[in-house]
Design a protein around this ligand. Structure first.
Ligand SMILES: [Fe+2]
Ligand SMILES: [Fe+2]
Length: 281
């Protein structure tokens, strides 16, 4: 069974006529399913780029949110407009208000915009709250909350649950998607606030796998120090990952570091990039 990942929204253009925004969305397609993983920041980039790339939004069978941040959830009203049958998979914390502390500026809200939270509430029974690893379609899994087991990784930012920045936001809603292929396990990340290594460790633990074939998506390493970058590379190498395609919030310095240390396994990734595998089983 063929499975394709197409990057629809990203911070890098890739396609000449694509609309770029700070955000992420990828389409996962099989013979039987068409699953949207995140929706970008506005919905405008998502619809424009989907049209440009020939991705049929009317054919969606499910939507997954990696977490509730505005740059992943902002396109929800657009995606669900006129759709009465589409399920949404997300962690309950994804709808909560949240803030990012800034230097020399008041904290800014970075949670799901109210219009999006409203559209989630209107879905009622079509909302599937994910709190454990869950198979959402034939062989397509989401992790649910990812245990934070190493001391090198943090959420990658000064995130809080209150505008006074007193209660840290641990981004418990952060989740990744994975599926198996004839080449091995493919992991799709949103922002990886749980950490790339924690995410790979958890997918390996849940599946019993010793290796992972591909890791694609946002890695949120913009504020990572050298120790964390080294630690991330050694985890990727430990799992013998053959294809590493960081994008979105990974950060230019981290991308350069990964490219330098991962050699041919490193692939560039931006709007319009398409990855195709044959699924096993
Ligand atoms: Fe993000
Ligand atoms: Fe995020």
């Amino acid at each position: 069974m063929k499975t394709t990942i197409t990057i629809l929204v990203d911070d890098q253009r890739g396609e000449a006529d694509a609309v770029v925004e700070h955000g992420f969305s990828a389409l996962v397609e099989t013979e039987n399913a068409s699953i949207l993983f995140d929706t970008g920041q506005t919905g405008t980039a998502l619809s424009h780029n989907a049209r440009l790339l020939g991705a049929d939004m009317a054919a969606l069978s499910a939507v997954v949110l990696s977490h509730g941040h505005y740059d992943h959830s902002g396109g929800l009203p657009e995606v669900f407009h006129g759709r009465t049958d589409l399920p949404l998979f997300l962690h309950p914390d994804a709808v909560q208000p949240r803030y990012r502390e800034r230097t020399n500026a008041p904290p800014n809200p970075v949670g799901m915009p109210e219009a999006c939270a409203r559209s989630v509430r209107q879905l009622d029974s079509r909302t599937r709250w994910i709190t454990t690893p869950t198979e959402i379609d034939d062989g397509i899994w989401v992790t649910g909350p990812i245990p934070r087991r190493n001391r090198f990784e943090d959420t990658g930012g000064r995130f809080f649950l209150d505008p006074g920045c007193q209660t840290p936001d641990v981004l418990n809603d952060d989740q990744a998607m994975w599926f198996n292929t004839q080449s091995g396990i493919v992991v799709l990340l949103g922002c990886a606030h749980a950490g790339v290594t924690n995410t790979l460790d958890y997918v390996a633990e849940v599946t019993g796998a010793f290796s992972i074939h591909a890791v694609i998506g946002g890695m949120h390493l913009g504020s990572a120090n050298q120790d964390r970058l080294r630690f991330t590379v050694s985890a990727i190498q430990r799992y013998q990952v053959q294809l590493v395609a960081p994008c979105h919030c990974t950060g230019q310095t981290a991308m350069a570091y990964l490219a330098k240390h991962l050699g041919p396994a490193y692939r560039s990734c931006s709007i319009g990039h398409r990855f195709i595998w044959t699924r096993s089983g």
